[in-house]
Design a protein around this ligand. Structure first.
Ligand code: SAH
Length: 243
């Protein structure tokens, strides 16, 4: 069980303001996640403490910490059981949120969640990011997030072509961010991205280190990218690092 008071207390530790109504939404989110996770695998992280810290708070701390915000519309790529998109939506009720995930069972869970939490202005797409980026979604979003979608070489190829010029891509990463960044230099450049900021933080209890890399779309992506579904993962365009 995850109780309202635990949620309020842990959010306060991270300086994230939360009222009872929002805390109740996170409580219900937790209940539905546990309930549906019994039927099919949505997440490995399932204890109340860990979901609170590694899913809910990890989705929000970076946003709370930075002044570099875009908060009108968001595309969350490979959202899985909803992270970071749904916590951000609960936190920012006016956000126009689009979620894209290649897994039908994840989208089905999110459909249930959106209904039960009575969230509005959310579009759920069962689609691969490559297809969206080669089609209608190209150069059309102002803010894209991705957490645990893929290594940066792949995530950059999937995310950056979807951004409008002037938009931002937030890649949620762990302690290996800088080596991922080195490997991904070329694809980031070819997809029109430029690293403009990073948000560093650690989780309040486990102290796990996190980093959000913020890229700005400074020019249109090369037409070659993203390559067809499956190719970015199979043949990532990455620089070989020689030690
Ligand atoms: N962002 C969530 C889930 C990470 S798991 C979290 O941080 O907890 C990665 C998710 O990305 C899975 O749900 C998978 O279905 C989705 N995914 C992987 N490759 C994808 C692609 N090419 N297009 C769309 N979704 C993809």
């Amino acid at each position: 069980m995850l109780l309202i008071n635990d949620i309020i207390r842990e959010f306060k530790k991270c300086d994230i303001p939360i009222d009872k109504q929002k805390a109740a939404m996170f409580m219900l989110y937790y209940r539905l996640l546990v309930q549906e996770n019994k039927k099919y695998n949505l997440t490995r992280i399932i204890s109340p403490e860990n979901v609170l810290e590694e899913h809910f708070l990890d989705s929000l701390i970076g946003f709370q910490k930075t002044s570099n915000k875009t908060d009108e519309e968001l595309l969350d790529l490979g959202s899985g059981a909803g992270f970071p998109g749904i916590p951000l939506k609960i936190f920012l009720p006016d956000l126009k949120l689009t979620i894209v995930d290649a897994s039908q069972k994840k989208i089905n869970f999110l459909r249930l969640l959106v209904r039960e939490l009575e969230l509005n202005q959310i579009t759920l797409k069962h689609k691969r990011a490559e297809d969206l980026g080669r089609g209608k979604g190209r150069e059309s979003y102002s803010w894209v997030t991705a957490r645990a979608l893929a290594p940066l070489t792949v995530a950059a190829e999937l995310a950056l072509p979807l951004l409008k010029e002037g938009g931002y891509f937030w890649a949620f990463k762990g302690p290996n961010a800088s080596s991922e960044l080195q490997r991904a230099e070329e694809i980031i450049e070819r997809c029109g991205g430029k690293l403009i900021n990073t948000i560093n933080y650690s989780l309040p209890n486990s102290k796990k280190e996190r980093i959000i890399l913020i890229f700005k779309k400074i020019k249109k992506a090369d037409k070659l990218f993203p390559r067809k579904a499956g190719i970015p993962q199979k043949r990532p365009l990455e620089k070989k690092i020689i030690f």
